[in-house]
Design a protein around this ligand. Structure first.
Ligand SMILES: Cc1cc2nc3c(=O)[nH]c(=O)nc-3n(C[C@H](O)[C@H](O)[C@H](O)COP(=O)(O)OP(=O)(O)OC[C@H]3O[C@@H](n4cnc5c(N)ncnc54)[C@H](O)[C@@H]3O)c2cc1C
Length: 565
């Protein structure tokens, strides 16, 4: 069996023409054709619980020769049973003929044997025999008919949220749900009072969250309570791990995937949502293998599933607050709330936070029209509005292009003379093509105004050789993306950092106490590694974070071998 519980072909047992006798679809064929098709089929054997194919994988055409199989589809993270297959039945033709990935997963419920054909062989089967072709295409039509019913009954969301647009708790929970790709229905308490479910009446004011239309999360509502109600793990299962990874951004998730796939017991701890900064990107266009780009949410969801499938334990909504050596070659990691776990190795992949905008009124109105970063779920809040973005980097550019599809106008405020020095050319070109994006160079925010939420912004424009210009204008949303800072103050003093708090590793270390060279990516604390944006002099990209996360695991194996683990 392959890692993750999927099937393996039995090369020793080839399918014989006789094995196909009595299987309706092969009864359509003359003996010579049956012989030819049998010789081409892969002979797949599975034990109960093993997966024949998983949702999203390349499709195949399957004929069940022995045993029994179940078709399941993941709906909002939970497997939903769709149907059973009996001996003689075939399946997989719908995605294969449509050229789509597998729509659902198939798992063996009894010891089973399956003949598997790839797309070329399946088309040969359809074209080579009129009867066979008709049987396969007719079955496909019937199955497409039942998809209609599935779509009609498909639940649209597991979570219903009630709140107001400027409620900071709501925004945190909505950001958490969106970043974790958990669809939710949103009811604005002020605008749609008739849609508020009766079970929330006990909560009086403030936000309310109802899960599966049945369970009302108790007040005060926190991200962690919502996560727990959804079945997301929020506490470590064990006391000790080979590797504890701090942060589930691209670097941390890569360390999770590579560590777990290579047999290490890995715990990944994440304070907010998997994906980190990348998870908030509306479209990552430069990550290898995605020629049309991929949204940060999509990439994060895939990476999270991959890490989980390999056996990495991922705990969300928990912040690491303390790291300390406890005995030779062991560290203690303390989480918020006091929980502790120990680890042979720690990987710091905590990334960076947004740099704060130092202007009057900004702190007061944060979460009430002013936000750091710009996740896709804000789109609904900017429809038809005038949106301001501060910053001239790629993240600001992506946000401008994305919000321009929803907002009436997007104004990008940059302190420098333009975007050329700070933004990738592909984004500058996309911005130039959007008529409702306006870039204002030499401009900074002086003041944000508003009672409950942002109403107006005062800006100062200082074009060289021209008089300074102050403007106050109506503003309904301000997204701040002016660079990043490393939040590493919680780490031990003995962990070497640069003047800006970024963590030094490998050859950059000037403080090193052990009688061997540090491994690349190893920090001044032996056995503590660092990957991604929080590392001194790292390249701030998704691909480099992923690369460093996976490289860290390679060096960790060497480190563990030295310790005789
Ligand atoms: C809006 C935006 C768009 C971008 N677009 C692109 C792009 O198109 N292409 C590209 O290559 N790069 C892009 N980047 C940069 C890229 O996203 C980052 O370089 C990458 O995410 C860095 O990964 P990381 O894992 O090092 O850190 P992060 O992504 O910052 O992840 C760190 C994680 O650690 C968690 N964490 C922090 N402290 C703790 C703690 N104490 N305990 C537990 N968890 C903690 C955080 O919550 C976070 O989830 C973009 C960045 C942004 C913000």
């Amino acid at each position: 069996m392959l890692a993750g519980g999927t099937w393996q072909c039995e090369n020793s047992n080839m399918i014989a023409a006789d094995d196909l006798k009595g299987i309706p679809i092969f009864d359509c064929l003359v003996p010579e054709e049956r012989q030819r098709m049998a010789a081409k089929a892969a002979d797949v054997r599975l034990q109960p619980g093993e997966w024949l194919i998983r949702e999203g994988e390349q499709p195949y055409f399957f004929i069940l020769l022995e045993g029994s199989m179940e078709l399941t589809k993941e709906v909002f993270g939970r497997p939903q049973h769709l149907t059973h297959y009996k001996v003689g039945e075939f399946f997989g033709e719908v995605p294969l003929i449509l050229g789509a990935p597998a729509f659902a997963s198939v798992v063996a419920t009894l010891p089973s044997r399956v003949a598997r054909f790839d797309s070329q062989q399946t088309f040969e089967l359809i074209q080579g025999s009129e009867k066979c072709g008709a049987l396969i295409l007719q079955t496909m039509m019937n199955r497409l008919g039942s998809v209609q019913q599935f779509v009609r009954e498909f639940p649209t969301a597991r979570v219903l949220m009630v709140g107001t647009q400027y409620d900071t708790d709501c925004r945190e929970i909505r950001a958490f749900l969106a970043a974790n790709r958990i669809p939710y229905e949103w009811v604005d308490r002020d605008l749609e009072p008739e849609r508020i479910p009766s079970c929330t009446a006990l909560l009086h004011e403030g936000p309310a969250v109802v899960i599966d239309r049945a369970y009302c999360v108790e007040a005060p509502i926190t991200v962690r309570k919502v996560a727990e109600a959804l079945g997301i793990r929020t506490a470590p299962r064990e006391q000790h791990y080979d590797v504890v990874v701090a942060g589930a951004g691209p670097a941390g998730l890569a360390a999770g995937v590579y560590g777990a796939s290579e047999g290490l017991k890995v715990l990944v701890l994440e304070k907010t949502a998997a994906g980190g900064q990348a998870g908030t990107s509306s479209r990552i266009e430069n990550y290898l293998g995605f020629p049309n780009g991929i949204s940060g949410e999509d990439l994060s969801e895939r990476a999270l599933k991959q890490a989980g499938r390999f056996g990495a334990e991922i705990v969300m909504t928990r912040c690491i607050e303390k790291l300390e050596p406890i005995e030779a070659n062991k560290y203690c990691v303390q989480l918020d709330g006091g929980d502790r776990v120990s680890a042979c190795v720690v990987v710091l992949a905590t990334g960076v936070d947004w740099r704060r905008l130092d202007a009057e009124g900004v702190d007061r109105l944060q979460g009430r029209g002013i936000l750091y970063g710009a996740s896709r779920n804000e789109a609904v809040n900017v429809i038809g509005k005038h949106v301001f973005i501060v910053g001239g980097g790629n993240s600001a550019g992506q946000a401008a292009v994305f919000f321009a599809n929803y907002a009436a106008q997007v104004t990008v405020l940059v302190r420098g003379k333009g975007l050329e020095l700070t933004m990738s050319q592909y984004l500058i070109e996309q911005i130039a093509q959007k008529k409702n994006i306006h870039v204002e160079p030499f401009t900074e925010v002086l003041r944000a105004e508003g009672e409950d939420h942002l109403d107006a912004l005062t800006t100062r424009t200082r074009v060289p050789d021209q008089p300074e210009m102050l403007q106050t204008r109506d503003a309904q949303a301000l997204f701040v993306m002016i660079g990043a800072t490393a939040s590493t103050a919680w780490l031990p003093k003995s962990l070497q950092r640069d003047a800006n708090g970024y963590i030094c590793t490998g050859r950059d270390l000037t403080e090193w106490t052990v009688d061997r060279e540090p491994f690349p990516l190893e920090t001044s604390l032996p056995g503590v590694f660092c990957a991604g944006d929080v590392r001194h002099d790292s390249i701030k990209r998704v691909s480099s974070g992923v690369g460093e996360g996976s490289m860290a695991i390679a060096f960790i194996h060497q480190y563990l071998a030295l310790q005789n683990f």
